[in-house]
Design a protein around this ligand. Structure first.
Ligand code: MLT
Length: 406
């Protein structure tokens, strides 16, 4: 046994990943949750309305629940029980996704679709495929996962400004040569949506610079204008530069159920190596797939009845967004989003900082939102509200806001 003091001096410890010291101590939504829990503990009689993290409140639709139940029954019968499934997902679900893409005029092979437990995991895991010396380009403000996962790996992150001047839809910078580009449309946190021409500019930039676009389409189901792209693969040239990440979290209320999908085209090749092959190798080595029961539930989302039922839920959230937007309009509070997105991105009144407005709302009207500065420097002075609350809570929050702002 070695003397404890030698250990204390750190002499014998293995080296930790010091890059973790370069990310903030806690993840944005954990920080928000901690603050809210402290307030709740100190004010047990006050009803807090949470419109912060984008977590759904409506239950899974009936078609999904029925499919999950019947899959659970199969698992209890010797003849239909299943053990390990294909790491990249069952064909029954991938076929449904292939058809879904086809309905938007996108042709995919089944082995270009990988089922996962959600977009966040895959957006982080995909980085296994890329060199640590690559330069990463992200819009600012941005979903913090894109930045934090790269900082944890020690990659250099550069930013492209998203602000009111460019409607929070930045275009490729002419003076930066990026290797890995993150785009999210409809955007988290701003709710802004790229049109086809704007996405084409990014695709062209990526192809010219031999860069890869990591396209997060987690909110595509909120798009109501058929002219707006739901997928990067609607853009010519995207199959040689882009990977798409999507999830059923917001589409079908799977935040607690966990199922998503990632599309890696076979035409995506760097250094003579196909990323599709690398990703398959990565997933088969480090991932055991999404549970059969859950994949059956996900399959039900893409049946006609499942589509009808999830559309009802999406309409409910869209109506909530409208209610929030109308309240803000009434008080002349600048905001965007909420139309093709569950997020409303507003400018904090009276030049308050994002965290000042967060505290102000929590203390005075017990409404929780997400401070814009948590998404990046350009988010300072802005605030994000989600339409994923219940109708009653959304109306009550708007009544409180109306009274308070008035
Ligand atoms: C958000 O609130 O930004 C999302 O819920 C986060 C996520 O999808 O992981």
């Amino acid at each position: 046994m070695l003397p404890v003091n030698i250990k204390k001096q750190g002499v014998l410890f293995m080296n930790i990943n010091k890059n973790y010291q370069n990310v903030s101590e806690s993840y944005l939504f954990s920080t928000v949750a901690k603050k809210v829990n402290e307030f709740a503990a100190a004010n047990p009689n006050k009803k807090i309305i949470r419109l912060g993290i984008g977590d759904v409140t409506l239950p899974l639709c009936k078609a999904v629940v029925d499919a999950i139940k019947s899959a659970a029954d199969e698992m209890g019968i010797k003849e239909t029980f299943r053990g390990y499934g294909p790491e990249q997902g069952y064909d029954f679900l991938k076929t449904k996704l292939q058809d879904y893409y086809k309905s938007h005029n996108i042709e995919l092979d089944l082995d270009e679709i990988f089922i996962s437990d959600g977009a966040k995991s895959d957006l982080g895991n995909i980085l296994d495929l890329f060199d640590v010396n690559n330069t990463v380009l992200v819009p600012d403000p941005v979903y913090p996962v894109y930045v934090d996962t790269n900082v944890m790996a020690g990659r250099k992150v550069v930013y492209v400004n998203a602000n009111a001047d460019n409607d929070f839809l930045p275009l490729p910078p002419s003076d930066v040569k990026a290797d890995i580009i993150y785009l999210c449309s409809p955007n988290n946190p701003t709710g802004a949506v790229y049109n086809k021409e704007q996405l084409k500019a990014w695709v062209d930039y990526a192809n010219v610079n031999h860069a890869v676009i990591l396209f997060d389409s987690a909110y595509e189901c909120f798009i109501t204008d058929e002219n707006l792209p739901r997928s990067i693969f609607e853009i010519e040239g995207a199959k040689t530069c882009a990977i798409e990440f999507c999830s059923l979290s917001k589409t079908a209320g799977f935040t607690g159920t966990r199922c998503g999908y990632t599309v890696v085209p076979k035409t995506l090749e760097f250094d003579g190596v196909k990323l599709n092959k690398m990703w398959l190798r990565r997933q088969t080595t480090k991932f055991n797939g999404v549970p059969y029961i859950i994949q059956r539930g996900a399959e039900a989302v893409f049946t006609p009845i499942g589509q009808k039922e999830i559309q009802e839920n999406l309409s409910y959230y869209k109506e909530n967004a409208k209610i929030i937007s109308e309240t803000l309009k009434k008080h002349n509070i600048w905001h965007i989003g909420g139309k093709h997105s569950p997020y409303i991105w507003l400018r904090c009144p009276n030049n308050m900082t994002s965290w000042e407005f967060f505290d102000y709302l929590l203390e005075n009207v017990q409404i929780v939102g997400t401070p814009g500065s948590g998404f990046g420097n350009n988010g300072e002075g802005y605030f994000r509200l989600t339409s994923f609350g219940s109708r009653e809570n959304t109306i009550e929050a708007c009544e409180r806001l109306d009274k308070f702002l008035g």
